[in-house]
Design a protein around this ligand. Structure first.
Ligand code: GAP
Length: 453
């Protein structure tokens, strides 16, 4: 059953993203470029934390995976061999009334009659295939011979470099090649904020194996990926594993799972985990005439490896993180009156700013100097935001709204004015419980090391 949509919640999230600098419409001052987004100062930190954590657990913490970073401009032969030139398309229908271009599956049906979802018009064209790839030209000539494509997925450069990477890394099967990078699809109808964009990033792993290991590794990677989402703060209860039915699976795949998340606009795909058999390597071997076989030294056999592919969207996961984190609760204002607090409950691991540091008063040089000392102590270890302006409660709220998990306040006790035993201690506030504890400045790095791990 798909999750109900919550339009109001989504509107609040989109508005917060712009107000606090997570995501802006691309080329906004010129009216915007549809399907393209710019990440602001906080959005870029969140996105980097996500990609870095994926890279850490997928590449750095494993002996059996290496990374690569392929070019975005892609030789047409690569995408002919992979089937994208011929078949990477969606059925498109035009509404003759409002001139909208629509994906066939976006039409609404009322009393058995298909209608345009924008204007309700029933005068629709027959569906025709629309190729989603962005074509460009390389070099000065703009003819057939200079065509290149912006890659529609990062995966193909991994397949094309399989032999080189196998040779230099000296890995034995099973092993994987990971890549994080941009992909481009000229989506007919980009929508749901960043969810369906024309320019987006993917985190893809191609995990090569022997044919008999494929199905088992498909299960293994599905479970690994579910663990990953839990570790960045997306609970298992909000994720759904869809077993893609035979008739909807790519013809070469022996099994595919979609990992879906309950977004405020409904249940939608975050990631695909697919057992793609030896299709991709075989296609490139055939088209290039170069051997992409693996030689098994033990059995002395040569064969084209099979592959299991977990392929996740960076932008979709960032959006899921923001949707999951967004919450409103009640908290006392400066005068003790309850007010609505907007708080992003990010897992500390992905939070764009880890800690806010506040001198109680900005016009007290000793408090300010001490607070800046705390900033200097912590900055080599994490992202820290120093804020001295406005009432302390307001400063806490500003950090709550961007999901900063910890706040440190330097007050008169820090200066030892009330009790010498409290000299060089600060209050450490927890974003979610709003509870404060008194801790020694010198202990802060160790405390954060434990709480941010
Ligand atoms: N190499 C396999 C592949 O590209 P896909 O299901 O087409 O498979 C993988 O894409 C992931 O990339 C999706 O699960 C999604 O997270 C992300 N993705 C695909 N199209 C997207 C789009 N138009 N906007 C944002 N993310 C997209």
């Amino acid at each position: 059953m798909s999750a109900p949509s919550d339009t109001q919640r989504m509107e609040k999230i989109v508005s917060l993203c712009k107000r606090r600098g997570f995501v802006f419409q691309s080329s906004e001052i010129y009216g915007g470029l549809n399907g393209a987004w710019d990440y602001g100062p906080l959005g870029v930190e969140l996105k980097r934390n996500l990609k870095n954590y994926w890279w850490q657990v997928t590449v750095h913490e494993r002996d059996d995976v290496v990374g690569m970073d392929g070019s975005i401009l892609t030789h047409p032969a690569v995408l002919r061999a992979s089937g994208h030139v011929e078949g990477f398309s969606d059925p498109m229908i035009d509404c003759r009334t409002c001139k909208a271009h629509l994906r066939a599956d976006q039409l609404v049906e009322k009393k058995g009659v298909k209608q345009c979802p924008n204007c309700g018009g029933k005068d629709l064209t027959a569906p025709r295939q629309f190729n989603l790839m962005f074509e460009t030209h390389v070099g000065a000539a703009t003819d057939e011979s200079s065509i290149a494509y912006l890659r529609p997925e990062t995966a193909q450069s991994i397949f094309v470099q399989f032999k080189n990477i196998l040779e230099v890394s000296r890995k034995k099967l099973p092993f994987g090649i990971a890549q994080v990078g941009k992909a481009f699809r000229n989506e007919i109808n980009p929508r749901n904020f960043t969810f369906r964009s024309r320019e987006f990033e993917q985190m893809e792993l191609e995990y090569f194996c022997r044919p008999e290991q494929g199905m088992e590794l498909l299960e293994y990677w599905k479970e690994e990926r579910l663990k990953f989402y839990k570790n960045i703060g997306i609970p298992r209860s909000k994720l759904h594993v869809l077993t893609v039915p035979d008739e909807e699976r790519a013809f070469y795949s022996k099994g595919t799972y979609d990992i879906e998340y309950d977004f405020p606009f409904g249940r939608q795909e975050l990631e695909g985990v697919a057992y793609r058999t030896d299709y991709d390597l075989s296609q490139h071997q055939k088209a290039s005439g170069k051997s992409l076989e693996y030689f098994d030294e033990e059995t002395k056999q040569r064969f084209v490896p099979h592959v299991v592919e977990p392929s996740a969207g960076v932008d979709r996961t960032v959006l899921a993180l923001i949707c999951e984190a967004y919450s409103e609760d009640q908290a006392p204002d400066e005068k003790g009156k309850m007010e609505t607090r907007i708080v992003l409950r990010f897992h500390p691991r992905v939070a764009p700013v880890k800690c806010g540091v506040f001198p109680l008063l900005k016009n007290n040089p000793q408090l300010v100097a001490k607070a800046k000392e705390v900033v200097a102590l912590l900055r080599p270890h994490m992202t820290v935001f120093y804020d001295e302006s406005g009432a302390i409660g307001r400063r806490y709220r500003r950090q709550d709204e961007i999901g900063t998990p910890f706040g440190i306040t330097v007050d008169f006790e820090t200066l030892g004015e009330k009790d010498p035993a409290l000299r060089d201690t600060v209050t450490l506030r927890d974003r979610d419980s709003m509870k404060q504890e008194r801790v020694a400045i010198k202990d802060l790095p160790a405390i954060f090391h434990e709480r941010l791990a």
